[in-house]
Design a protein around this ligand. Structure first.
Ligand code: ZN
Length: 117
């Protein structure tokens, strides 16, 4: 696994997503569990819940619809980082998502909400 020292820029993340053909969906925990059975899926989760996942061969990103707005945005960023750089480890993907999240403007947060609408 390669380490990424530099933070990925939000506009680069979005530009990659827009060219990718992926779509974003909000799903219930039960629907997420079913999707997470796919071998090609990567999950962001705790013991208690799946926050989000990406299914690469189906061009789908799924976010748990029962999360808070902030957790949804963070989960979407996490999945977008996977899409941007699939070689990053889970730990590096999560730390990238957190750093990007802290730097977001209101407009950028609004754009994340729009992608999940
Ligand atoms: Zn992940």
């Amino acid at each position: 696994m390669k380490k990424r020292k530099q933070t990925i820029r939000f506009d680069k993340l979005i530009s990659k997503f827009e060219k990718s053909g992926f779509s974003v969906y909000q799903k219930t925990e039960k629907q997420l569990l079913a999707k997470s059975a796919k071998p090609s899926s990567k999950k962001r989760q705790t013991k208690a819940a799946i926050f989000g996942l990406i299914v690469e061969d189906e061009y789908e990103i799924h976010i748990n619809k029962n999360l808070t707005e902030k957790e949804k945005q963070l989960s979407l960023l996490h999945e977008l980082v996977h899409l941007y750089d699939p070689t990053l480890s889970e730990t590096d993907t999560e730390s990238q998502a957190k750093v990007i999240f802290r730097s977001l403007s209101e407009a950028e947060m609004g754009y994340l909400d729009y992608l999940m609408a």
